[in-house]
Every structure is written in structure tokens, then in C-alpha cells.
Design a protein around this ligand. Structure first.
Ligand SMILES: Nc1ncnc2c1ncn2[C@@H]1O[C@H](COP(=O)(O)OP(=O)(O)OP(=O)(O)O)[C@@H](O)[C@H]1O
Length: 616
């Protein structure tokens, strides 16, 4: 712990010779042929793989063979050094990654006969805490499946037996879509207490059957151990040790049950987004946007972002039958060697009285010093300490920063985050609005064109022949058909203009203008559709091409019945003059201003006049 004590003096550990990528080969557990083995002569850094006639070799910082136990992993992955790093305020994250049945859960949680890395780390943390005064440890454990986060900690039995009090539990929450997911963070005072909570949590984890594992984990499980260590200059170092047991990759169709296939789909989707995040980390271009890609990313972001230490354990099966899955895991492991952790210590300012109080109250044996709820969150006055889903970059401020600057920085970040969320929401609303307006305009435009085509057919078809020797009427009919054609052309031009307008909408200054135009165009087309519908129902459409509806309407009109309007209301027969007046009253502002839709309105007016002439 000498190192931890040195580090809490405020010197950030920039880098340490930790293992960043290790490969673990599971025991074969059957007589089936194998295609993969660890080349233990090569200083345990190489994996050999048969690929047909080829023998391939992969090199990693450390390769663990089937006979090596979890304790060996803990030692060779420098578990004690990683724990020291957490005490100095660094976020250290350890992943188990691999196909289903490859031994991830065995590595992290252990088995009945063997302790897992989790137990070994917890013991190491509490051993470290017993050497440094004023350390407090909090733990939480939850699982992620698709868009759901479930708290796995069940503190009821510990509360009932009195080893945990209500004050020892704080809640953190994460908003996922519209859902609020809450999980407990418990202040634990001994390794036994912590492990008992985690043991119960493991039992509550969702499990099922996969193609390779009869007791397969059907969720991603995460355990965070928050370690707060009093530091110099009225500060506290806050480091988090995160252990992640990812669900195994599996081909969806290979899962034997319907439920299993469904969960495999969800798990593969979240693993894909995590893979993308890891790829960005490998390329050194991790962007904030990756955080929003899945709930898994959201939960892990705080523990993977620059400044955190990342160690990946890739678990593979040696069997020939699993060769292709193992090779793809090895490929991912090879690429992950490019991830370089630039570890950064995190400090939070605390008042001197606070530190003194924490020191006086500290009692590794579990004395009730939590009456004032001194959790990392409350003591630091940071309501979202180290929790996923919240902006926590401010945590990385150096100890030399003044309290004033830190406060200003935090409030600026909060303001920025609020603004960003508002802009995102407004943008989403606008695009939804625009999409639906666009769709509605498009369908009305199509309807108008169809109706104009019907008009053309009507004026140029047998009706023209019916007119016989009436040159004036024939000329009017031809004019009506020409107007309808022009109207169609104008509509098509109008459509192109709208498209152009929509693309220009990216510019905020024209966004409002284009919305207004779209809305007035929508009103206009709605009106057009109604007016055309009315016209088609008028008695003037007594042609051979009239639809059954229009025929029955005209027949009713001839027999002196009242016509039915488009809205289904009964409309007493109006004189042509009255109808023209009504049409003028409903003119859109665009039409009144004589805009690009003039040809369409002229065409309609001409058609209705023509109808009336013939009716007379
Ligand atoms: N190194 C090992 N030593 C002994 N047994 C192991 C080892 N690795 C895996 N096993 C055994 O193999 C079986 C499957 O392992 P485990 O459940 O850990 O796989 P997994 O990768 O977590 O699978 P899934 O992704 O389906 O949850 C278990 O019975 C486990 O005990």
C-alpha cells in the first residue's frame, strides 16, 4: 500500500505497466478435438491455432492456459497494483469478453470450487482499506439486457439482520428512453459484507440456455466498487473498480429456445455497439456520441472514457467445433492491443471538517458512522458521483484547481448539457413535424394530380364529342383540359421547389420559413382536394366516365334531392354565384398573393364555370 499512499498525495498515475489484453483458454471439458492451445514455452504470451494446414500464432501481453486458475490470473494481471491504482483515484475497468460458454462468468464470479476475480479484488480492496485511514467503499451490481437495467442487489436480508442500515444505501438512477431505472449503491464495511451482497446479486442474474452452455448468463453484469480515499489539500480521491461479465456472443439461430433466440438478438445488438465503442478506443477517436448507442455503452462510458484504465480478458474455447468463434475473438483481442490507457486520478474537494469527521468515524468493523449518509455522493456534494449516464468529466479536475473554478466549471457543464438536450429535443420534434408535413403534402399532391388527370380525360373524351356543334363550349372544354395540364405541371414544379426548400431547412434561418410554407401548402392542398371532390360530385359530371359515386350524386341532384358535401353534411343546392363567393372566401393566402399555384386555382375556377354553363 506504500504506492497507494504515495498516489493519494495527489500525483496522478499517468501510466503503469498493466496488462491490457490477455487471452484465457478454457479447459476442453470433453474428448472433442481441439484447434487452439497456449504456447506456454513462449513466456505465456502466444496462442497457436490450427487453420486447415496452416498454424497461426497470436501474441498478447499474457496468455492463460486451461490449467491456470483464477488466482494466477489475478496475480499476473497485477490485481494488487490495479487495486492501488483505484485507491489513487483511477477508474479501473476489467472486462471478460468471448463467445458463450468460454468461461467469462467462471473468470469474474468464480465457481463453487474456485474464487473468481471479483472475490479476489474485493478482498484486496478491503485489505488495502485497512491500511489507509478514512477509506470508504461502496458497491453496486446490476445487469443490462437490451434497453433494461435491473438492480441485482438485494439488501433486504442484510438490513433485516442489521449489518446494513437504510443510511448505508443510496440510489442512483438512469433514464433509459422514458423509463427510470434505479439501483442501489451500498456502503460496505467489510469484504464479507460486500461479498455476501454480491453473492446474492449473482444468484438474481438472468440465466438461461445457450447453444454451448446450459447455465448461460443472459445479460451483461456489472459490478462497481467505489473507493473514496482522503487525499491532500482538502480533497478525496475517488476511484472505481469495475468488473464486467459480458454475455457471450452467440449466433441467434443456434440457440435452442425461442426465448433464448430473443435474448441472443438483444445481447448481440448491445455487443455490436460495444464493439464499435472499443474500435473507436482502438483508433483513439472515441466520441461522446458512442455513449448514446446502447444502454450498455451508457453504463460503461464513465469507466471506459479517456483517463480510465482498461484491461480486457478474452475467453476462448479450444475446441475445433468453436474455431471460427474463437478466431473472431482472437481478432478482436489483437485489435484491442491498440488501446492505450492513459490513467488519470480523480479528486473531489471536501471541507477539512468533513475529512476529519470521516477519519474519526472510520471503522472497518462496521461501526454506525453512516448516520449522516457519508456516501461518495453525499460527501462530495456531487449527486451523481461516478454513475453512468451523467456528465462526470468534472471529476478529473486536479487538486490544484480552486473551489471557485471547479464550481464554475460544473455549472457551465450543467448549463451546456441542458442546452444540448433542449436543442436535441427541438431538433427531433422539428424533423418529425417536417416528415409528417412532407408525407401529407406528397399524398395530397398525388391526389390532386390524379384528379386533374380525371378532369383531362373528362374534357377531352366522349364528352367533347357529345358537345357536337357548340364551338364556344368546345373551346371552353379544351381550355379546361389545358388548364388541368398546366396545373399538373405547376404541381410538379411546386413539389421540386418544396424538396429544395426542405433541403435548405438545415439552415436555421430558413427552417421557420420553410415550415410556414409547408403548412400553408398543406392547407392549400387539403382545400384543393375538398374542392375537387365537391366538383366531381356536381351534376355537371354526367359523362360516360363519371364514377358510380358521382353518377348517383348527379342522379340525386336531378331528382331534386339535396347533395351531400365532402364532409358528409347535407348542402342545399347553391347558385353558381354563391358557390364562387364561397370558393373565394376559402382562398389560401398563397393563392390570394398570386403565388406559384395560380395555374391550379385558375384551372379549377374555369372548370367550375364550365360545369355551370353546361348545367344551364
Ligand atoms: N477455466 C475454467 N476452469 C474450469 N471450468 C471452467 C473454466 N472456464 C469455464 N469453465 C466451465 O465451463 C462452463 C461454462 O463457463 P461459463 O459459464 O463461465 O461461460 P460463459 O462464457 O460465462 O458463458 P455464457 O456467456 O453463456 O454465460 C462452466 O461450467 C464453467 O464452470
Amino acid at each position: 500500500m506504500a504506492r497507494a499512499e504515495a498516489d493519494v498525495r495527489g500525483l496522478p498515475m499517468k501510466s503503469a505497466p498493466f496488462v491490457s489484453v490477455a487471452v484465457r483458454i478454457r479447459p476442453s471439458l470433453c474428448e472433442d478435438p481441439v484447434s487452439l492451445w497456449a504456447d506456454l514455452e513462449s513466456n505465456a504470451t502466444r496462442v497457436c491455432c490450427h487453420r486447415g494446414y496452416l498454424l497461426e500464432e497470436y501474441e498478447f501481453t499474457r496468455v492463460f492456459g486451461p490449467d491456470e486458475e483464477n488466482r494466477k490470473l489475478f496475480e499476473d494481471l497485477q490485481g494488487p497494483a490495479l487495486t492501488d491504482s483505484v485507491f489513487s483515484g483511477v477508474n479501473e475497468t476489467l472486462f471478460a469478453y468471448g463467445q458463450t460458454g468460454s468461461g467469462k462468468t467462471h473468470t469474474i464470479f468464480g465457481s463453487a470450487s474456485e474464487l473468481g476475480l471479483l472475490q479476489l479484488f474485493v478482498r484486496q480492496v478491503f485489505q488495502g482499506a485497512s491500511h489507509v485511514e478514512g477509506v470508504s467503499v461502496h458497491v453496486c451490481c446490476y445487469e443490462v439486457l437490451g434497453d433494461t437495467l435491473t438492480d441485482l442487489v438485494d439488501s433486504s436480508s442484510l438490513l433485516a439482520e442489521g449489518s446494513l442500515t437504510e443510511d448505508d444505501i443510496v440510489y442512483d438512477e438512469l433514464f433509459i428512453k422514458t423509463q427510470r431505472c434505479r439501483y442501489q449503491i451500498c456502503h460496505v464495511r467489510s469484504a464479507e459484507q460486500c461479498l455476501s451482497l454480491l453473492h446474492l446479486a449473482r444468484r438474481r442474474r438472468t440465466s438461461g440456455v445457450s447453444s454451448q452452455n446450459s447455465d448461460s448468463s443472459r445479460s451483461h453484469a456489472m459490478v462497481h466498487l467505489f473507493v473514496q480515499t482522503p487525499g491532500p489539500h482538502e480533497s478525496s480521491a475517488i476511484g472505481t473498480l469495475t468488473l464486467v461479465d459480458l454475455a457471450g456472443t452467440e449466433k441467434e439461430h443456434e440457440n435452442p429456445s425461442e426465448q433464448g433466440r430473443k435474448s441472443a438478438r438483444l445481447l448481440n445488438t448491445s455487443l455490436c455497439s460495444l464493439n464499435r465503442l472499443l474500435r473507436k478506443l482502438q483508433m483513439g477517436c472515441l466520441e461522446e456520441s458512442e455513449r448514446r448507442q446502447s444502454v450498455l455503452n451508457k453504463c460503461l462510458w464513465e469507466y471506459l472514457r479517456p483517463g480510465c484504465g482498461i484491461a480486457l480478458i478474452f475467453c476462448v474455447s479450444p475446441l475445433l467445433a468453436h474455431r471460427s468463434a474463437s478466431l473472431s475473438t482472437l481478432a478482436m483481442a489483437t485489435d484491442s492491443k491498440a488501446i492505450h490507457s492513459q490513467r488519470k486520478s480523480q479528486f473531489i474537494p471536501v471541507s477539512p471538517s468533513h475529512v476529519a469527521e470521516a477519519r474519526v468515524n472510520f471503522s472497518p468493523s462496521g461501526a454506525p458512522h453512516m448516520a449522516q449518509n457519508r456516501t461518495p455522493r453525499s460527501s462530495s456534494r456531487r449527486p451523481t458521483f461516478g454513475m453512468p449516464g451523467m456528465e462526470e468529466e468534472a471529476l478529473t479536475l486536479g487538486v490544484e484547481d480552486t473551489g471557485h473554478l471547479q464550481r464554475k466549471d460544473r455549472s457551465e457543464r450543467r448549463r451546456y448539457e441542458r442546452l444540448r438536450q433542449e436543442v436535441e429535443r427541438a431538433h427531433e420534434e422539428l424533423s418529425n413535424d417536417n416528415q409528417s408535413l412532407k408525407r401529407e403534402c406528397e399524398s395530397l399532391r398525388t391526389l390532386f394530380v390524379r384528379q386533374q388527370k380525371q378532369q383531362i380525360d373528362f374534357w377531352t373524351g366522349p364528352f367533347l364529342e357529345m358537345l357536337g356543334e357548340q364551338p364556344a363550349a368546345q373551346a371552353m372544354a379544351k381550355q379546361a383540359a389545358t388548364n388541368a395540364r398546366e396545373a399538373i405541371a405547376a404541381v410538379r414544379r411546386g413539389g421540386d421547389e418544396s424538396e429544395e426548400l426542405i433541403s435548405r431547412r438545415q439552415n436555421p434561418s430558413v427552417r421557420q420559413e420553410s415550415l410556414e410554407t409547408l403548412r400553408s401548402e398543406l392547407d392549400y392542398w387539403r382545400e384543393m382536394a375538398l374542392s375537387l371532390q365537391r366538383q366531381l360530385q356536381k351534376p355537371g359530371t354526367r359523362s360516360s366516365k363519371a364514377t358510380p359515386e358521382t353518377r348517383s350524386s348527379s342522379q340525386r341532384s336531378e331528382s331534386g334531392e339535396r347533395s351531400i358535401g365532402p364532409e358528409g353534411e347535407a348542402q342545399p343546392g347553391r347558385s353558381p354565384k354563391e358557390r364562387r363567393k364561397a370558393a373565394r372566401a376559402t382562398e389560401t393566402p398563397q393563392r390570394r398573393a398570386g403565388g406559384g399555384t395560380h395555374a391550379r386555382s385558375d384551372s379549377l375556377r374555369c372548370d367550375s364555370e364550365l360545369n355551370e354553363t353546361f348545367l344551364k
